[in-house]
Ligand binder design. Structure first.
Ligand code: PAF
Length: 295
């Protein structure tokens, strides 16, 4: 199959329109690049479900509340293109903020407030609280990406649990596309695959396994009958703290109903969510405590 690497939003828009006009059902994998096995699993899932797969790579400045995090974010466009081509994608595109939002930026190059998209109530709490403005930035770019590609289905990784809720809600409000959430891909020791893992020092990489250890400890406790959100979150927090990472939050939520704060226990079903810093690198992970398989 041929493969195109496009470097402008306008070209990508025309390309996708032509493929749709030719009768192709497009599967879409939006990313910020520095691609790893987790992203490639999304590309493969999209290739299995759709006629052609489009991937975007855009390190979206709108969703970074910390400028140093934006600056440090790993970038390798040519390497990413090679990986997604081999995984079965038809096209990868990138662009600039101006390319995505022509005539919508102010003189300083910032997006005008009236063009920002409301991320909805799933943005409240946890990531939304610890990264102010993050989900507004995600909702704004994802809405524009959907408008450019107009895919039938879009694929997201379960590692970004709250992002998946925000995106599902956004897709429901705009009438599509269908959102597919694919399981988190883990390293052999349990660490969730993330582009940010590449930034970890050797020592922090070894310590980072405490996130998944804490989540799996909570899952074992849940399987043994523990239903108190406070106790389950405490197990995750204890593992992270004894692993030597700086805990931002360890929390339990009801997967049936997102709440900004702790749900009223005891819970029938539960998902555990965690965020911590290893040096300058911020990591997140989550696990469905009721599921037999990996989330
Ligand atoms: O998950 C990501 O990589 C980003 O948040 C996304 C969905 C590509 C939007 O920039």
């Amino acid at each position: 199959m041929s493969f195109d690497l496009l470097r402008s939003v306008a070209e990508a828009r025309d390309f996708c329109a032509a493929r749709r006009d030719a009768g192709s059902r497009l599967g879409f994998v939006p990313t910020m690049g520095a691609l790893h096995e987790g992203h490639l699993a999304l590309v493969r899932a999209a290739a299995a479900a759709c006629d052609e797969v489009v991937v975007s790579v855009f390190v979206n400045p709108l969703q970074f509340n910390d400028p140093r995090d934006l600056e440090r974010y790993p970038r390798d466009l040519e390497g990413d293109a090679e990986l997604v081509r081999a995984a079965g994608a038809r096209m990868l595109f990138t662009g600039t903020l101006e390319g995505f939002f022509p005539d919508e930026l102010d003189e300083a190059g910032a997006l005008l407030p009236q063009h920002r998209v409301d991320p909805g109530s799933c943005a409240l709490g946890l990531e939304g609280e610890h990264r102010p403005g993050h989900f507004e930035g995600v909702a704004t770019i994802v809405d524009r990406l959907f408008e450019v590609v107009q895919p039938e289905q879009a694929f997201f990784g379960a590692k970004d649990y709250q992002q998946c809720l925000v995106v599902r809600d956004l897709a429901a409000r705009r009438g599509g596309p269908h959102i597919q959430v694919c399981p988190t891909v883990r390293e052999g020791d349990g660490l969730a695959r993330s582009s940010r893992n590449a930034l970890l020092t050797e020592g922090d990489r070894a310590r980072a396994v405490c996130l998944s250890k804490g989540l799996f400890a909570a899952r074992a406790a849940f399987a043994s009958g523990e239903r108190s959100p406070r106790v389950l979150a405490g197990l995750v927090a204890a593992a992270v703290e004894s692993g030597g990472l700086d805990l931002e939050y360890a929390a339990i939520r009801d997967p049936q109903r997102w709440t900004a704060g702790d749900p009223e226990g005891p819970l029938e079903q539960a998902v555990a969510l965690v965020a911590a810093r290893a040096g300058a690198v911020r990591l997140i992970d989550n696990l469905d405590l009721g599921a037999g398989g990996g989330a």
